[in-house]
Design a protein around this ligand. Structure first.
Ligand code: NAD
Ligand code: UFG
Length: 341
């Protein structure tokens, strides 16, 4: 059984990926500092797969502790690196927190593994690296644009650090997955997204409004040059996204990769407007949502959706869930969370 380290494995995308890794027969070790997650997620994972992953509570900014971890666990074949801070707005007000947490941790990990004979590494990147691309859908050939936020910049710099390191570290092979907008939860309702405080993202704001935690959803602008005037995104079910990590990891472990640093877009290929997401929610939850149109949110790009040809043909992965399925899973998760609180 191959041992895989999942940093940030108790977080939203990490926990769903741990489940898929275990179901695919991998042994998982999680590192998390619980800064945006809780230990209870381990039970959720175990309830789905029947296997409790090994967990090390560790802050990757603690260099000594990280070095000791890698000394203790030398038999790791792969790393999926989710651990990072991800609030775009906070990154603008506290950029150094973001550069430290998202980049110094990456560097420390790479220092520990760069001389290994064979190590596969999957990086959590984001479609934010494309900014407002000139043509839609966005392929991996679209240029990386100057980042709007320090958070986005950490993803761009992270990719550059990995690309440069993979050039000289012979045993290191890397795949960077550029996620579009992950939504939804595991169908078991054992794990899902747990936003801290008022959600900044659309889908948790919708479900929290519907459950009565928020009064109404503010739709940020309906005067964009799109069909209904609201912004367009590519919303991908988190379980589809989790499976993409397993597929990418296997590609590296089976030495099917073409270069030591590869990039794939991970989305559905379909753009949905904010109003379409609301309609989908209303359809699956059989209730109407309280919302109003307000002004634009600063920094929002008009339209972003993926060209997934490369992921479909070269990686051999394709998203299978519909927007309705993802919205239903988000709604079922919200209801479960509130019932148990
Ligand atoms: P999350 O906050 O739910 O998960 C991140 C996990 O990492 C948390 O459990 C947190 O406690 C842990 N962590 C943070 N800093 C750490 C540190 N120094 N040491 C150890 N653990 C640490 O976030 P997520 O939505 O699951 O995102 C995972 C990754 O995907 C992040 O790198 C994020 O930037 C990236 N990403 C997320 C989205 C999205 O919309 N959710 C989109 C694109 C990319
Ligand atoms: N929106 C609203 N009201 C809300 C929240 C969002 O109308 O209360 C709108 C936004 O204006 C945008 C769309 O819903 O048009 C999606 O917004 P999100 O905040 O859910 O997602 P973003 O595309 O803005 O950003 C997300 C993550 C970033 C990541 C990016 C790409 O928050 O971290 O996806 O992966 F970089």
């Amino acid at each position: 059984m191959k041992k895989i380290l999942v940093t940030g494995g108790l977080g939203y995308i990490g926990s769903h990926t741990v489940v898929e890794l275990q179901l695919a027969g991998f042994e998982v070790i999680i590192i998390d500092n619980l800064s945006n997650s809780s230990k209870e997620v381990i039970h959720g994972i175990k309830n789905i797969t029947g296997v409790e992953p090994t967990f090390e509570e560790l802050d990757l900014r603690d260099k000594e502790a990280t070095i000791s971890f890698f000394k203790k666990h030398s038999a790791i074949s792969g790393i999926i690196h989710f651990a990072a801070s991800k609030a775009v707005g906070e990154s603008v007000t506290n950029p150094l927190l973001y550069y430290e947490n998202n980049l110094s941790t990456l560097i420390t990990i790479l220092q520990q593994i760069q001389h290994k004979e064979n190590i596969s590494f999957i990086f959590s990147s984001s479609c934010t690296v494309y900014g407002q691309a000139e043509t839609m859908p966005i392929s991996e050939k679209a240029p990386v644009q100057q980042a709007i936020s320090p958070y986005g910049n950490t993803k761009q710099i992270g990719e550059e650090i990995l690309q440069d390191t993979a050039k000289i570290a012979e045993g290191l092979q890397v795949i960077s997955l550029r996620y579009f907008n992950p939504i939804g939860a595991h169908s078991s309702t054992e794990i899902g997204e747990l936003p801290d405080g008022v959600p900044q993202n659309l889908v948790p704001f919708i479900t929290q409004t519907a459950i009565g935690l928020r009064q109404e959803l503010a739709v940020f602008g309906n005067d964009y040059p799109t069909e209904d005037g609201t912004c367009i995104r590519d919303y991908i079910h988190v379980v589809d996204l989790a499976k993409a990590h397993v597929t990418a990891l296997k590609r590296l472990l089976d030495e099917k990769h073409e270069t030591s640093f590869e990039v794939f877009n991970i989305g559905t290929g379909k753009g949905s407007s904010v109003l379409e997401v609301i309609e989908s929610f209303e359809r699956v939850s059989k209730q109407s949502l309280n919302y109003k149109i307000v002004g634009r949110r600063e920094g929002d790009v008009i339209s972003v959706y993926a060209d997934t040809t490369k992921a479909n043909t070269i990686l051999g992965w394709k998203a299978t869930s519909t927007l309705d399925e993802a919205m239903l899973s988000a709604w079922e998760w919200e209801q479960k969370v509130r019932k148990t609180k």
